[in-house]
Design a protein around this ligand. Structure first.
Ligand code: NDP
Ligand code: X2W
Length: 355
């Protein structure tokens, strides 16, 4: 591993720099006051100057994408972000850790405590059990202290981030019946990544709305794993994702039956505000205000609003994030800040462009 640069900045690399996660990371890390971006890696883009892929970054970055060489990466970088399709990070992270790098994986490879769960949803042949057990789930609002001490962080999926931040106070404080949880979530098309897919063509996705992965989306076990941890009992959830014709953003609408049907909206808002008192990136909205995904665009924020329904005894929680930011890249930088002993919000955009 290389020493700190002369100016004392942390040398950082990104593998998967040409993708949507990669380009968010480039934007954030080139503006981060404690980071020197020294390495960009990829596969089909290897050999290309980065600004041939993203000309709008011509004034910010002067690097060429390189083929992945783990020894070379470890020599040049103190921390590495892996922004790759599922199933690749686990072939790279053990070597990078062994050679002294901190690793932040944006894929699903290091999100699961139990590798059997990973393999039954994602396939693959995992032999990195020792590495996987040391990984920390990168949701700072729930696991801040563990992330501070981690060498390897498995950053959450976009739907799990929106869902879990909306659900956490309900389960942690025993306010809702866990078995009644239903999550109805909508995502913009950038959630599918930059790789060409027919369903993401303008002609297919625009002016249309539909569910997919019903009762079998791979974010279900990820959400259930953390819900089980929060509730201290086995939790299953009904999770239905939808593709919505917008570029960025996720809105998760969460339904659950309250244990005490006498609880009203303002009681719950008080509890939510207290729960997130030390989490400045979660904004609990005032009574009667429900979040819009547009408010979170380009920021690391999660906006939460809620309502109770005395007729059904349910609470309805609405949670909005930018899938590429709090749902992916900026959350990874938030974790990086914690791992490196920096102020948690360093270099993270706080306010959206609007409208
Ligand atoms: N998009 C989203 O909203 C979210 C995505 N994620 C996760 O983050 C990860 C990245 O997603 P996203 O940015 O959307 O994906 P993209 O499809 O946009 O980008 C994938 C990147 O992986 C690189 N890559 C693919 N195969 C290899 C390989 N064998 N070796 C080196 N590089 C390779 C590609 O490089 P090249 O172009 O050079 O081939 C490309 O840069 C995924 O695991 C995704 O599930 C997590 C949360 C939210
Ligand atoms: C709209 C859309 O296609 N979204 C993606 C979510 C991508 C993501 O965050 O998934 P991982 O990080 O767990 O791979 C999907 O549903 O597969």
């Amino acid at each position: 591993m290389s020493e700190s640069s002369p100016v004392g900045k942390i040398k950082v690399g990104i593998v998967g720099a040409s993708g949507y996660g990669g380009v968010q990371l480039v934007r954030l890390l080139t503006q981060h006051p404690e980071v020197e971006l020294v390495y960009l890696g990829g596969d089909s883009s290897a050999g290309q100057p980065y600004t041939d892929i993203y000309p709008h970054l011509a004034d910010s970055v002067n690097l060429t994408v390189e083929a992945v060489d783990l020894g070379e990466i470890a020599q040049r970088c103190q921390a590495v972000f892996l922004s790759l399709p599922n199933g690749l990070a686990y072939t790279m992270a053990p070597t990078l850790l062994e050679r002294g790098c901190r690793v932040l994986d944006l894929s699903a490879d290091y999100r699961f405590e139990n590798l059997n769960t990973y393999q039954s949803w994602y396939g693959g042949d995992r032999t990195d059990q020792t590495t996987a057990v040391e990984a920390v789930y990168g949701l700072p609002e729930l696991f801040r202290d563990r992330i501070r001490n981690a060498r390897l962080v498995g950053c959450p999926g976009c739907y799990p981030t929106a869902s879990l931040l909306g659900i956490a106070p309900l389960l942690k404080q025993g306010l809702a019946q866990p078995e009644t949880l239903i999550i109805d979530a909508k995502s913009g098309t950038s959630g599918g990544g930059r790789v060409a897919k027919t369903g993401m063509l303008l002609a297919e996705a625009s002016n249309s709305l539909g569910a997919y992965g019903v009762a079998r989306h791979r974010h279900t076990p990820e959400i259930e794993q953390i819900c089980t941890h929060l509730a201290s009992q086995e939790v299953t959830v009904q999770f239905t994702p939808h593709l919505i014709p917008m570029v960025r953003g996720i809105l998760a609408t969460i339904y659950a039956t309250l244990r005490d049907p006498g609880l009203v909206r303002d009681d719950l808002l008080t509890i939510y505000s207290a729960f997130y008192r030390s989490s400045p990136w979660v904004t609990v909205l005032p009574s009667g205000t429900y979040p819009q995904t547009k408010w979170a665009w380009g920021t690391n924020r999660c906006y939460i609003g809620l309502e109770t329904d005395a007729r059904t005894g349910r609470v309805v929680v609405m949670s909005a994030i930018d899938n590429l930011m709090k749902g992916q890249a900026s959350q990874a930088v938030q974790c990086f800040n914690l791992m490196m002993g920096l102020e948690e919000g360093l270099g993270l955009p706080t306010t959206t462009f609007y409208p």
